[in-house]
Design a protein around this ligand. Structure first.
Ligand SMILES: NC(=O)c1ccc[n+]([C@@H]2O[C@H](COP(=O)([O-])OP(=O)(O)OC[C@H]3O[C@@H](n4cnc5c(N)ncnc54)[C@H](OP(=O)(O)O)[C@@H]3O)[C@@H](O)[C@H]2O)c1
Length: 312
């Protein structure tokens, strides 16, 4: 089911809000064809340009020491979507990990992000050329604007559009954009963003931005889905983990999968990586989905993550 059909279907919005009939993961899984899966049965989401992205991926923020090792291990356990950024200073290491895994480049989906500093310095072109070189020299699957640096979004987006037209970026999208930032961009964008990567975890469910972004037929990707680990001790999530005989991390990631959201999660521990990808053999009930929605206390992992109140 592509995003547009997902939005149009009553199951889509009702499931996202977890009112009425839930968006059953079984619908997703039943409609999925075998060639649309990667290992461990990670579903593929079809973006608004027709490109398919694995629904669950591996994040590399803070992995500056041995990123190649962690990325190779993540690929070995089944992850095929790898999330990096110019600002993480590990793009070359990430690509080494991909090469070391022995998996074909075309079977890996690489996301990177243009940093706020290069937007301000007006060195977006140079930074894209450097990212391309570090990430294998051919193409990047998805490049995002990392942060809405308002005075420089239009210029950055038009350069990114040029790189799409040259075939160097397969898709382009956004990160940390609020709905009003997207509305502004849509006034001049020739290419619609495919995705908005935003902070989403149980204690900061970010429902309004999520719903509005999905309604615009732009996919939503959750960053820090585990709140960088802070949500794992939450007593509600712990009790659900016990009920389903899963870990709190698995409960959270499953909650995102059943709402049709893409998620990137990070770990340096192979046992955790395996746990995080093994979430496709159970289903949360509609009531339990609602209970997790109720964990929200609008608590970001840092006050600096508010795109309307922090300039970065
Ligand atoms: N666009 C943006 O502005 C933005 C901002 C932040 C993050 N991101 C992206 O989102 C990704 C994920 O966010 P995040 O890095 O904050 O990570 P996260 O997935 O929310 O949490 C990672 C933390 O949880 C622990 N963990 C992971 N799986 C676990 C498990 N099964 N059991 C127990 N502990 C577990 C990890 O420790 P161990 O290593 O010990 O497993 C680590 O400390 C980033 O890496 C990055 O790619 C984007």
């Amino acid at each position: 089911m592509n995003r547009s059909n997902f939005i149009k279907s009553s199951a889509g919005l009702a499931g996202f809000l977890t009112i009425g009939k839930s968006f059953a993961a079984s619908d997703f899984l039943a409609n999925r064809k075998d060639n649309e899966t990667v290992e461990k049965d990670v579903p593929m989401i079809t973006l608004n340009n027709g490109v398919k992205i694995p629904q669950l991926g591996f994040g590399t923020w803070t992995l500056t020491d041995k990123p190649d090792q962690y990325v190779r291990e993540a690929i070995e356990v089944g992850f095929r979507l790898i999330d990096t950024a110019q600002g993480y200073q590990n793009e070359a290491g990430v690509f080494k990990g991909i090469k070391d895994s022995g998996i074909d480049r075309k079977d890996i989906f690489i996301t990177s992000k243009v940093g706020p500093d290069v937007m301000r310095n007006r060195s977006v072109k140079q930074s894209l050329d450097i990212s391309l070189e570090k990430l294998g020299g051919e193409y990047i699957d998805l490049m995002l604007i990392h942060w809405p640096v308002v005075d420089h979004i239009q210029e950055t987006w038009s350069i990114m559009e040029e790189y799409v037209n040259k075939g160097l970026l397969k898709s382009i999208g956004l990160s940390n954009f609020n709905p009003h930032h997207i509305d502004d961009l849509m006034k001049y964008a020739k290419i619609k963003p495919v995705l908005n990567q935003i902070e989403i975890h149980p204690t900061f469910s970010n429902m309004e931005n999520t719903g509005i972004t999905l309604y615009k037929d732009i996919a939503v990707e959750c960053w820090s889905p585990l709140a960088s680990g802070n949500d794992l001790d939450n007593s509600v999530l712990q009790s659900l983990a016990k009920k389903y005989n899963k870990s709190a991390a698995q409960i959270i990631l499953r909650w995102n999968m059943q709402r049709g959201l893409i998620s990137v999660t990070r770990s340096t521990n192979v046992a955790h990586m395996k746990e995080n990808i093994n979430i496709f053999d159970f289903e949360l009930s509609p009531i339990d989905m609602s209970i997790i929605n109720g964990v929200n206390i609008n608590q970001r992992t840092s006050a600096k993550n508010d795109p309307d109140n922090f300039p970065w």
